[in-house]
Design a protein around this ligand. Structure first.
Ligand SMILES: [Cu+2]
Length: 493
């Protein structure tokens, strides 16, 4: 009992978050009583003995597609891209571009090793495609028109099929006119489960963060609004969405953990999220679990990045408060005169607290990529101004449309120095292969998207172990990608 009382006191007196605090507070429910501390109500149940509150995630529910295939190891679905009218702003109808008529698109969820078959039909008024962000798919399934497939034209169909090689939190989106199409609603989550994940992580909650640029009538602003200045800055929407909703509500129970799988699907916006600086136990990100947990009081997600973490509600029953978005420093003027915003309401239901489960520290073995003899490659992210009214971005000074592919061979390892001497951060994304960030201050993990802050460089180790073909790499501020900050990588057998 003393143990619990101490923990509660620590939680209320400090926001300094150490792993010892967290694991300590959840490691045992037994102990002798203390006369030093005020009496506290001791939870009589553990988190694993109760369910989430009734209707806990109703407000952020995602569409679940119908599985057409009876084989338990194959998920086969129909997916139609179409415009669907939605009420994003109260009383206003917005013609949202959707996968399957929902925002976000349907939650594609299967387990590692499963096959996924998606019969895709384009009923939009423009060509499109689906890129499976972060998934190690065969090259001809990567969904990049002009590089790995033809565009899926208006009224046409294309079947994507691939095996899910890695567990993790992934997503899908178009790779043509992508700044506009993603901004209009074209994105959806794809979760690959690992059946061996510890049950202590808690119930899964998939959260897709995005934003939209709407006028007062609920209509989309032109995708090129703001011209060259907005190309340079990137276009952040004026309305923040969580699973397609404005300020939805989540119900939690004190002590009952939830595993949040968060995806940043915005075309430009960075998300720094906090809940009153309560501890968030990060499990991993782009491609499944990291080597070990990391306890943080806020989570930063750059465009296209994902983070999995355990949220342990600490508020007293009956509390209602907000998960908040905070401006993130991402370059010139990006936080000037900007303030935090309420993103998602969190209601701690009026039920007795439960004792959180212990979250293991060690999660996974991440073998470092052997970089002995690796080829060094410089990827300099560049911005130029051809004239007063335009901006051009590129790799090593060359915009995408003038570039030649980087070359590699199957079995080869390269170390990419990704350098940013510009005045804006760039979230760097590589298709087809995961990389490791060579930085001993980071928890080892596999990634496909990483922020390159202003005037810094990162070294990324990547091994081209399979799947030859031509793959994209680019800035995932999609406005930057559109004005040239993309390149190709050709891996030969
Ligand atoms: Cu960029």
């Amino acid at each position: 009992m003393k143990y619990l009382v101490n923990c509660a006191a620590q939680f209320s007196f400090t926001i300094f978050l150490s792993l010892a605090l967290l694991s300590g507070c959840t490691s045992t429910g037994q102990g002798s009583s203390s006369s030093q501390m005020p009496a506290l109500e001791i939870p009589s149940l553990r988190a694993s003995q109760v369910s989430q509150p009734e209707g806990w995630n109703d407000d952020v529910a995602l569409t679940i597609p119908v599985d057409l295939n009876p084989d338990p190891n194959i998920l086969e679905i129909n997916l139609e891209a179409k415009i669907t009218n939605m009420e994003i702003m109260p009383g206003k109808i917005t013609p949202v571009w959707t996968y399957g008529g929902s925002l976000p698109g349907p939650l594609i969820r299967a387990k590692v090793g499963d096959m996924v078959i998606i019969h895709f039909k384009n009923n939009l008024p423009d060509s499109t495609s689906i890129h499976w962000h972060g998934l190690r798919v065969p090259n001809n399934m990567d969904g990049v028109p002009g590089v790995t497939q033809d565009p899926v034209d208006v009224g046409d169909e294309f079947t994507y099929d691939f095996v899910l090689q890695d567990a993790g939190t992934f997503w899908y989106h178009p790779h043509i006119n992508s700044a506009a199409q993603v901004g209009w609603g074209m994105y959806g989550p794809l979760i690959v489960e690992d059946p061996n994940d510890p049950k202590e992580f808690g119930d899964d909650l998939v959260l897709v963060y995005s934003d939209m640029s709407l006028d007062e009538d609920g209509q989309f602003l032109p995708p090129d609004v703001g011209g060259a200045f907005s190309d340079l800055f990137g276009r952040e929407g004026n309305i923040i969405l969580v699973n397609g909703k404005v300020q939805p509500k989540l119900k939690v129970r004190k002590g009952k953990q939830q595993r949040w799988r968060v995806i940043n699907a915005a075309r430009t916006r960075y998300y720094t999220i906090r809940y009153k600086r309560q501890p968030l136990i990060r499990l991993g990100g782009d491609s499944g679990l990291a080597e070990h947990t990391e306890t943080l009081d806020q989570i930063k997600l750059v465009p296209s990045e994902r983070t999995d973490f355990v949220f342990t509600p600490h508020d007293e029953p009956g509390t209602v408060d907000w998960l908040r978005w905070y401006p993130t420093e991402r370059g010139y003027g990006s936080t000037f005169n900007r303030f935090s915003e309420e993103m998602m309401e969190i209601e701690t239901v009026d039920e007795p607290a439960v004792l959180p489960e212990t979250i293991p520290y060690a999660l996974r073995t991440i073998e470092p990529i052997d970089i002995t003899g690796a080829k060094d490659v410089l990827i300099d992210l560049t911005i130029t101004f051809p004239d007063d009214n335009s901006v051009e971005m590129g790799i090593n000074g060359i915009p995408f449309w003038d570039s030649s592919p980087l070359l590699g061979r199957i079995g080869e390892t390269q170390v990419w120095t990704v350098r940013n001497d510009t005045d804006f951060n760039h979230p760097f994304h590589l298709h087809g292969y995961f990389f490791q960030v060579l930085d001993e201050n980071r928890v080892p993990e596999w990634k496909d998207s990483v922020d390159i802050p202003v005037r810094t460089e990162l070294k990324l180790a990547v091994r081209f172990d399979e799947r030859p073909g031509t793959w994209m790499y680019h800035c995932h501020i999609l406005d930057h990608a559109e004005v040239g900050m993309m390149g190709t990588l050709r891996i030969d057998p």
